[in-house]
Design a protein around this ligand. Sequence first.
Ligand code: AMP
Ligand code: MG
Length: 489
Amino acid sequence: MHSLQQLTFLHRYAQLGSDFSSEVYPTPLPAPYLVSFNAAAARLLDLDSEAADRPDFAEHFCGNRIPPNARPLAMLYAGHQFGHFVSQLGDGRAILLGEICNAAGQFWEVQLKGAGATPYSRRGDGRAVLRSSIREYLCSEAMHGLGIPTSRALCIVGSDATVYRESAETAAVLTRLAPSHVRFGSFEVFFYRGQFEQVQTLADFVIENHYAEFANATDKYRLLLREITRSTAHLMAHWQAVGFCHGVMNTDNMSILGLTLDYGPFGFMENFNAGYICNHSDPQARYAYDQQPQIGLWNLSALAHALSKLIDETQRDEILEGYAAIYYEKYAALMGAKLGLKNPSISDLALITSWLQLLQNSQLDYTNTWRSLSNFSIASNAENHWLRNQFIDRAAFDEWAANYRARLHAEHSNDSERKVRMDAVNPKYILRNYLAQIAIERAEQQRDFSEVNRLLALLSKPFDEQPDMQNYAAPPPESARQIVVSCSS
Ligand code: AMP
Ligand code: MG
């Protein structure tokens, strides 16, 4: 384990040169204080958990003090935002310190999000507010707890400095970790400028550092696109299965490692609604829940186009045409596991779809209804009354239950064994907006961060019963159902 002083940064991305990033130092933040520290993420850096007790910890993780061997920079990228190409974005408020190679040989980039303006800030102030930092912090760790690929979060440092969004809020810096923050838009920026050499340099960089297994293949660029397609399709299946809505699936927010990246106005579905829109600033419903898988493909097409000098058209098309099959296979596997099936397959999609239709028609809580399905009895209809009674259309439920029962019989399913399997994949706890909101209000109004820490601990084990935390599994109270989440963060 290392102390803060012993962290040694490497600079592989910086070595790509000034076409790819801009050197920039964080803007000091007045009187920073630690909001929350995540010991699990610290272990990824081999960072001693006592590091957070040091009086200067907050100074380091808001960017006021830069470790001697850090080389702070902002990464350049472009992106398709809501379908329209924006030729230059880049890290407008995130500053990369470098990467840490831990004892296990894993590389983690360390980024300070909200650390001040960069050459890519456009009209932004380079800051992040405490509210959105808490949301990203909790959600990225919740996703990790759910087994979904994601960036991680080490800590939040706050300050009383005012930041103006729809109203005056306070500033915070989130320390984000990911093996790579390269996005689809990192390729697009060079392609649309006609800088094809840089596209290739970046592709080589990504392959060498993140897809080393095919670094020597003659068709390595094709394999790169194929792998990003696979991991993106899998990520979409994971999001759908857990009812997660990202909210801003622009190509600049799409990770080349298939990680959930850039948490903004995300939301976990509560009452099931296939058309759910979590982002108040998306009136066209471009990024609604049921659009996500096809937007994943749209974004991959944009990436493939940016790689068109490296991979011929037939091969690009072939890869993109394979997306749907990869997606559906993973989706069926994840949803079938949620149903407790031992060998789920594409042929179970009808059973899955009809179950979702039942949830939608009865406006049932997505997470809790799945969780309660693990108590389904094959033998006795009578024992399923508690479940049946939740549905408005009982006849429709009976019809579905008969099909489910037949499917379970066919694989000789055993109730108690199935319950264990289902409880391991159907979470009891998710980051509900109202839970995040309570933690945010306490933090903002009372500088009380205990609720942030409580949720962090809760959501790191989302499948465990955690008997004294039962209240946190409750659907939102009526008054909190309409919490509006906008893009502003
Ligand atoms: P997003 O969709 O939130 O991931 O952000 C889109 C782009 O806007 C990225 O280039 C961000 O770095 C930039 N951005 C967002 N908020 C700010 C801000 N407050 N200051 C500067 N740049 C920002
Ligand atoms: Mg972004």
